[in-house]
Design a protein around this ligand. Structure first.
Ligand SMILES: [Ca+2]
Ligand SMILES: [Ca+2]
Ligand SMILES: [Ca+2]
Length: 359
């Protein structure tokens, strides 16, 4: 993605976004083993994608070449994305006879082949993105270090954003809607229940198994948890506890009540926060994320109701390994949202790695 097109304050925001305490139970109450697992959550070394699926953008005058697809053992799914892309997939009966490595290889071969066809603007895998790290390395960051002034002296914190001085100037505006594209939210959390800052959202996860709430897309972005067992995501994938990451991020933005003597304070005391759910068990697909970006921006998404309160700011604290050019469909979604006047803020991660190496 052309990072210059969005506000590249990811490092600052990432520090803020990952530092919220709005977790039930509070991290301090979690078993140390669980905390260790959360801290060890890292992006995989290689980009992951949905086996067998290819996102394809055709030129406007071109129609899907069904015969050609059939000969290749593929078909076009009925679903059309918010970017007008089609999703091709290996025919399920064929995929069922293939080993996982074969499906992965065939998916990449299909991407290369289809990109060579006349009339194709781009073809890419349906990448899977994940929480862009859950926490910085120092577990004590949870003690509001992010509110401090940046520095290493007494009462200071590297990466701190000096919030008390900012609050002297303003505690934010209820006119600003921030969409948090993440794992959803826990609306019954003691600091969120009854908060005027929470205005609902949408659950954009199309795969019920990934969604973990019993269905595909729906209007309730409540986070049912995203814990996974050993090897549940792919062979050898580590077990993970529920992250409650979306609640965590939204809490830092300011979805809860602030200055109420309960829980934590948000960066913005008066903001309106919309939860758009895309990350479930084993992460979320780029096709769902692209649709979530456009929905949050107030743009149409096939099959989803219009967003009654389009966002001025979209927060995406998620990522995957690989350069942005791997996903032209996401660049298109970002461009559409920016053209609609939305500021997009993305995590730069907490891994001291060049942000250009992440989707
Ligand atoms: Ca659902
Ligand atoms: Ca739901
Ligand atoms: Ca509070």
């Amino acid at each position: 993605m052309r990072l210059a097109r969005f506000i590249t304050i990811g490092t600052i925001l990432a520090c803020g976004l990952f530092s919220c305490h709005l977790l039930p139970p509070r991290p301090a109450d979690l078993p140390s083993e669980t905390v260790t697992k959360l801290l060890e959550r890292r992006l995989p070394d290689q980009p992951r994608f949905v086996p067998g699926e290819v996102i394809v953008k055709l030129k406007p005058t071109v129609s899907p070449q069904s015969d050609r697809l059939r000969k290749m053992g593929t078909e076009a799914m009925e679903r059309v994305t918010s970017g007008g892309e089609l999703i091709y997939r290996i025919v399920p009966t064929l995929a069922g006879t293939m080993r996982p490595a074969e499906i992965r290889d065939k998916t990449m071969a299909l991407v290369q082949e289809i990109n060579r066809w006349d009339g194709v603007l781009y073809a890419q895998p349906n990448y899977i993105l994940e929480i862009a790290d859950t926490a910085p390395n120092d577990p004590r960051y949870r003690d509001q270090w992010h509110y401090f002034n940046n520095g290493t002296g007494p009462g200071q914190s590297p990466g701190g954003i000096n919030l008390p001085r900012a609050w002297d100037l303003t505690t934010g505006s209820s006119q600003v809607v921030v969409a948090v594209i993440d794992t959803g939210i826990l609306p019954t959390h003691e600091d969120i229940a009854g908060s005027p800052n929470y205005i609902g959202g949408f659950d954009m996860i199309s795969d019920p198994a990934r969604a973990n709430d019993g269905d595909g897309r729906d209007s309730d972005p409540t986070d049912p948890g995203d814990a996974v067992a050993d090897s549940e995501c792919f062979p050898g994938s580590p077990p993970q506890p529920d992250s409650w990451h979306g609640t965590h991020v939204a809490g830092t933005v300011g979805v809860g009540k602030t200055n109420n003597g309960v829980g934590v304070a948000g960066v913005n005391w008066n903001v309106r926060v919309q939860a758009v759910r895309v990350l479930g068990k084993c992460g979320g697909t780029i096709a769902d994320i692209n649709d979530a970006i456009r929905w949050a921006a107030g743009l149409p998404v096939p099959g989803a109701p219009p967003n009654p309160t389009p966002a001025k700011v979209i927060s995406m604290s998620l990522g995957g390994r690989g350069p942005c050019l791997l996903s032209p469909s996401t660049q298109a979604a970002i461009d559409d949202a920016v053209d609609a006047g939305v500021t997009i803020v993305v995590a730069a991660g907490n891994e001291a790695s060049d942000a250009s190496g992440f989707l």
